[in-house]
Design a protein around this ligand. Structure first.
Ligand code: HEM
Length: 323
């Protein structure tokens, strides 16, 4: 029994050397099966290599994780970005945007501090770059290369990798600051249900037309985005760190492969929500973009979209106009 482990290790080394040379005919007999089984279970060998986990004879993760990545996530990521953009273009063409019922008042009300603007863009700009480079890394080989050719895809991919790695740092900082600082304004309230039932008043026909549901500082849609971003950002950050530093985690690469699949799946969700968020802020909600440019919003925008918040700051004497 004592001798079994070293014996297996020697056999594993011999077997893996044959395998690398590509000279192994179909494995035959019990011995080969025992060795192969031991290798798949992570049997250690002794080598002169000094790299971390050099004694790990072969990677023993479940190969199906690569299939999930290639067969589902790569297409999912592509569909999340371009499918959502396409869906929004059609939606706006059919439905139109949400206009300010009483037009612009011309009076700007304080909503976000300069620090809030800073942390928003600290997270948002890297997030957009992570989405674009992440798409190149995840869907590139399978969708982009066949479409654009290797000559275009190769430089794209080699640029995408370092950008993706480095942008993770400001993204994580922005994510942490936004998640901690803004959480108190994003707690679900009773009025959120009313907002959801009329889809925020953004549908311009049928029984929804002209509806302006009640909302506090954040409405139900913004809250859904915030919590998806807060929890999704946590998972995408944690799995990203595992992928950047696999040797810190474990030798079999099982966890790394799991991290790869989870990272891609959550990135798809974040991409879909990001597209919705950007369309809502820039095109869909007239006057909304001003909030993240100057930190102020038009008074009529505040009354139409965040009436409970507007009433509250007015009642407390905290309503502050831009000079
Ligand atoms: C061009 C891109 C973007 C634009 C124009 C934009 C615009 C805005 C605006 C105007 C608001 C304030 C909404 C309000 O005051 O009620 C906001 C809030 C927010 N943004 Fe962005 N944003 C962009 C990208 C992103 C990205 C990529 C992220 C993710 C990192 C992000 C995360 C957030 C979060 C968590 C909030 C607070 C929740 C909310 O109020 O919706 N934004 N953004």
């Amino acid at each position: 029994m004592k001798l079994l482990k070293p014996l297996l290790a020697v056999m594993a080394l011999v077997f893996s050397t044959w395998a690398i040379a590509g000279n192994v005919p179909a494995a035959s007999g019990n011995e080969a099966e025992v060795v192969w089984q031991a290798l798949k279970e992570g049997a250690q060998v002794r080598t002169t290599g000094t790299a971390p986990f050099a004694d790990q004879a072969i990677n023993s993760y479940d190969m199906r994780t690569l299939d999930w990545r290639n067969d589902y996530l790569s297409y999912g990521m592509f569909a999340a970005l371009f499918g959502m953009i396409g869906a929004f273009i059609v939606f706006i063409a059919v439905n139109g945007i949400s206009k300010l019922s009483d037009g612009y008042s011309g009076k700007l009300v304080y909503r976000w501090s300069k620090f809030d603007l800073f942390i928003h863009w600290l997270g948002a700009i890297p997030c957009l770059l992570l989405i674009i480079t992440g798409l190149t890394l995840l869907s590139g080989k399978i969708i982009i290369e066949p479409l654009l050719g290797t000559a275009v895809f190769a430089p794209m991919a080699s640029l995408a990798k370092p950008i993706h790695d480095y942008m993770a740092i400001p993204f994580m900082l922005g994510w942490l600051l936004m998640s901690v600082k803004w959480a108190k304004n994003q707690i679900p309230e009773k009025c959120d249900l009313g907002w959801i039932l009329v889809v925020g008043g953004y549908i311009n026909f049928g029984p929804f037309k002209g509806k302006h549901p009640h909302a506090g500082f954040a409405n139900a849609g913004e809250k859904m985005w915030f919590w998806t971003f807060a929890f999704g950002g946590a998972v995408v950050s944690a799995t990203g760190v595992i992928l950047l530093f696999p040797d810190l985690v474990e030798p079999s690469r099982t966890l790394s492969m799991l991290a790869l699949v989870i990272h891609g799946a959550i990135a798809i969700v974040l991409t879909m929500f990001s597209v919705i968020h950007i369309f809502m802020a820039t095109i869909m909600s007239e006057g909304g973009m001003e909030c993240m440019v100057s930190g102020y919003c038009d008074e009529n925008w505040a009354i139409q979209h965040h009436d409970l918040w507007y009433d509250e700051i007015k009642a407390k004497g905290e309503l502050k106009y831009k000079d």
